[in-house]
Structures are given as structure tokens and as C-alpha cells.
Design a protein around this ligand. Structure first.
Ligand SMILES: N[C@@H](CCC(=O)N[C@@H](CS)C(=O)NCC(=O)O)C(=O)O
Length: 216
């Protein structure tokens, strides 16, 4: 059976939602972040970066959220959580998935963990990293908002729900405590997020992860 090593309200929520969408049996394995279990030798054998999610599917041990999403799409083609291979839609799907992972998510991590980018004795440097990360994330949210304004929806790629939808929801959710312009304040992002939030699979995951409101 598939195992997902996770911690609530983190990047692991994305494959958790996808597994619920697929309706396949899976087991959740909580990585006890508060006890730093993600830095234990056992966990580092699964992911040497000490990060979750990690998906175990038979003999396959997979980390990196975007790779896990692609693997779940590929192994469950009947669920059509990605456009068909070789089509322009699939190319756009790849572009946005990688944009989410390497651009928006990476910038958000600089906001959440600014001290990783400065010396330990440089707290003002951390403040600056966070401020700059926020400016960058805001520009990226403008891009997301324009994309959603252009496409007719209801989902990120148009008519068909895809693995991008839980990805975008989760990353937008991480901006909820921004002092200025969190994702929910953008004209086109807000109603889109509300639609994704209403998916039964998303609701089930939020219940199982004990996610407190506000969700966005
Ligand atoms: N590039 C990785 C990043 C994963 C990541 O940063 N996970 C965070 C949670 S969102 C984590 O494990 N942090 C470990 C910590 O708390 O030190 C991915 O997309 O899977």
C-alpha cells in the first residue's frame, strides 16, 4: 500500500489531497516535526534533505512534491489529473507545476525560514530576506491572478481539475498570515481558492490534518 510521510499544513498536504482525489488506499505516516523526526537517521535514509513529503509506493521511495504529483498522475491515468502527454495542455501543466515548485514555493520558503539565508548573528539580514521574499511572492501572486483572469476556469487549467489545483491552493494558503496582500485578497484568486476548498477531497484532508480555519 502507498505510504505518505507527512506533516499537516505543509507541502505534504498536496499529495495527501491528490491521494484522496484518487480514492486509492494509502497510509499516512506522521513525521513528528516537533521532535525533529525528519532529521533522524531513519528519515534521512528516505529523504537526505530531511523534508516531507516522502511517498513510498512498493519499492519506490520518492521525495519532491512535484515529482510525487507527477508519479500519482502517471500511475492513475484514469483519474485524468493531468492533461494528456504530448499536448499543449500538458506542456502548460508542466510549466505551472515547475513554476509552483521552483518559483512560488521556493520564495515562500524564504519567507518562512529567512534565517537559513543569513549568518546566525545577522537577525536584521533575516528581516530583510523575509521582506524581499514577500515582495517577490506578491509579484508571483499577481501572475497567478492574471492567469486566472484570462482562463475561464473553473480550475487552474480551465475545465478540468488537475494536480495543480491542490498545489496552488496549498501555496496560496501559506500566505494567509502575510501582513499585506495575502492571496485571498486578489480578485481572481479568491473565488478560485473557494472552489478548490469546496472539493470533498480537500475537506476530508483538512479534517484529517485537523486544519483550523481560516483556510485561506
Ligand atoms: N522541495 C521540497 C521542499 C519540501 C519542504 O520544504 N518541506 C518542508 C515543509 S513545507 C519541510 O519538510 N521542512 C522541514 C523542516 O521543518 O525543517 C518539496 O517540494 O517537496
Amino acid at each position: 500500500m502507498i505510504e505518505l510521510h507527512h506533516y499537516p499544513s505543509t507541502a505534504s498536504t498536496i499529495p495527501h489531497i491528490l491521494l484522496e482525489e484518487l480514492g486509492v488506499p494509502f497510509e499516512l505516516r506522521l513525521v513528528d516535526r516537533l521532535r525533529e523526526s525528519h532529521l533522524s537517521p531513519e528519515f534521512l535514509r528516505l529523504n537526505p534533505n530531511g523534508e516531507f513529503p516522502v511517498l513510498i509506493d512498493g519499492d519506490l521511495v520518492l521525495y519532491e512534491t512535484a515529482a510525487i504529483c507527477l508519479h500519482l498522475c502517471d500511475t492513475h491515468p484514469e483519474a485524468a489529473l493531468a492533461p494528456p502527454v504530448g499536448t499543449p495542455g500538458r506542456a502548460q501543466f508542466y510549466k505551472w507545476l515547475i513554476w509552483c515548485s521552483s518559483t512560488l514555493q521556493a520564495s515562500l520558503l524564504a519567507w518562512f525560514y529567512p534565517w537559513r539565508w543569513v549568518d546566525v548573528d545577522n537577525p536584521m539580514g533575516a528581516v530583510q530576506v523575509r521582506q524581499n521574499a514577500q515582495v517577490r511572492v506578491e509579484k508571483l501572486l499577481v501572475q497567478l491572478d492574471s492567469h486566472l483572469a484570462r482562463n475561464r476556469g473553473p480550475w487552474f487549467l480551465g475545465e478540468d481539475y488537475s494536480a495543480l489545483d491542490p498545489y496552488v491552493l496549498t501555496l496560496c494558503r501559506w500566505t494567509r498570515d502575510f501582513p499585506e496582500r495575502p492571496a485571498r485578497t486578489f480578485t481572481h484568486i479568491r473565488p478560485y481558492l473557494q472552489r478548490v476548498l469546496e472539493r470533498p477531497a480537500v475537506q476530508r484532508v483538512f479534517r484529517r490534518e485537523d486544519t483550523p480555519p481560516p483556510y485561506i
